[in-house]
Design a protein around this ligand. Structure first.
Ligand code: UDP
Length: 459
């Protein structure tokens, strides 16, 4: 007699905040659909277990002891991929042995391992899953536009690298609205090293995985998703925005959130505050910090500014803030080390978001109808900034980091007619995304299809 057991999925998130969060959100969705969820995570940036009693956690020795991962190098990511192989394989083998014992004893208590879902930066999982004949699925935590641009560039890198300074603003062949300066693969001195290309290829390669999940919406990125699906030739499940699709209520933050800024926001007028945050990884130099500080001060608009410890190269903030800045802004400005961002963006006082255009921040902002000032740095951020400013037209891109330009851009977003148009478009964009989440919407349907797909996987 076949023993019917609950199906379990093993999730393998990448250790950075912007990757861990969407994976836990996906876990919470799958849990609500009846799967049991195991999170196999690195020791570095271990999630807070007590915030997620619904998951089983398994910690893997990641080989990163003593390595500074505040800005992970390609070498350290490869090292982590290598180190995690044996711990994951051993854990899965143990699980499979237990399952066999339970099956022999006709025990219906245990779960049945159905598949592994892994972040595309954890590419070692493909090898482990293939060896053990466990189906695997890749989660992409950034936009299809970004992945499409990478895949296009890999096909003929010589068309894109090296480029001249004089080409920085020229359009990238076949990748409208991107320019050479927006390439999503880090280019130093306008060229890209072969090992960097190889790394980005590795994380774009889905190996023998049987499907891909995307934190995006089919309606928003249909052409890009179609092109990618032709490339990957496996089922695609765009089920975003994960932060709204997930029933997960508890915090996924690695850093401690300073909730006092919500009380400060409560004291501000509706629709008056600019929220400023560059995410969990970006580092700026002191010159940029000073220009931003004066730009914000001179704009005369209230602002809530996240300055993460260590995010200004060589300084511990707030020592680096310019003399006279705090006196000039007084109660009009509030600085915190880390904010409860989703709550901040949902606050009625918040009118705009000065952002690095990380994909989570972007979706969180749009879903709260908050228009953006885009100050991208690397990887997917310049791609997202171009789409936000040139295609969706829900934000202004900051091309020059200079106090007068920052001041003007803040005022344009918060006070001008152009700013009102941008606000209208972000409201429309949010409504379209909300439609995708409704019962007959694409994200909702894709999620149902994903659940059916996982349920039908051979075990
Ligand atoms: N975040 C937060 N508090 C902050 C700044 C960021 O909780 O003060 C969260 C934010 O809500 C988002 C994540 O950190 O979910 C950042 O991810 P994103 O993809 O935007 O950028 P990354 O940090 O990966 O560059």
């Amino acid at each position: 007699m076949k023993v019917e057991r609950k199906q379990s999925v093993v999730l393998v998130p990448f250790l950075l905040q912007g990757h861990l969060t969407p994976m836990l959100q996906l876990g919470s969705i799958l849990r609500s659909q009846g799967f049991s969820v195991i999170v196999a995570h690195t020791q570095h940036n271990t999630p807070n277990y007590s915030n997620h009693p619904e998951f089983i956690f398994h910690s893997m020795d990641d080989g990163l002891k003593g390595i500074d991962m505040s800005l992970p190098s390609v070498k350290s990511i490869y090292r982590m991929n290598e180190s995690c192989k044996a711990p994951l394989r051993n854990y899965l083998v143990r699980m499979m042995e237990q399952e066999q014992e339970q099956e022999q004893e006709q025990d219906v208590q245990g779960d049945q391992l159905t598949c592994i879902i892994y972040d595309n930066n954890m590419f070692f999982v493909d090898d482990v899953a293939t060896q053990l004949r466990i189906p695997s699925i890749v989660l992409h935590t950034f936009s299809a536009a970004c992945m499409n641009s990478m895949v296009t560039i890999f096909q003929q890198p010589e068309k894109y690298f090296p480029f001249e300074d004089s080409q920085l603003l020229d359009p990238l062949p076949e990748l409208h609205p991107l320019r050479f300066k927006d390439v999503p693969i880090p280019a130093f001195n306008n060229t890209v090293a072969e090992h960097i290309l190889d790394f980005f290829r590795a994380m774009s390669d889905i190996g023998s995985s049987v499907a891909t999940i995307w934190n995006t919406m089919q309606d928003l990125e249909s052409s890009m998703l179609l092109r990618l699906q032709e490339h990957y030739k496996v089922p695609f499940f765009p089920i975003g925005p994960l932060h709204k699709m997930a029933p997960l209520a508890s915090s996924t933050s690695i850093l401690e959130e300073d909730n006092s800024c919500i009380e400060w926001l409560d004291r501000q007028a509706p629709n008056s505050v600019l929220y400023v945050s560059l995410g969990s990884l970006v580092r700026i130099d002191d010159k940029e910090l000073i220009e931003t500080a004066w730009g914000l001060a001179n704009s005369d608009q209230p602002f809530l500014w996240v300055i993460r410890p260590g995010s200004v190269s060589g300084f511990q903030c707030p020592e680096v803030l310019p003399d006279g800045f705090e006196k000039m802004v007084g109660e009009r400005g509030r600085i915190v080390k880390w904010a409860p961002q989703k709550q901040v963006l949902a606050h009625p006082a918040v009118a705009g978001f000065f952002t690095h255009c990380g994909w989570n921040s972007t979706l969180e902002s749009i879903l709260e109808e908050v228009p953006l000032i885009c100050r991208p740095f690397v990887a997917d951020q310049p791609v997202t900034a171009r789409y936000l400013s040139q295609i969706y037209k829900v934000g202004f891109e900051l091309e020059v980091i200079e106090r007068t330009v920052i001041e003007k851009t803040v005022r344009k977003l918060m006070l001008s007619e152009e700013g009102k148009d941008v606000k209208k478009r972000v409201v429309d964009m949010k409504q379209n995304i909300v439609a995708a989440m409704q019962i007959d919407g694409t994200s909702h349907k894709n999620l149902n299809d994903l659940v059916d797909f996982i349920s039908a996987l051979p075990s």
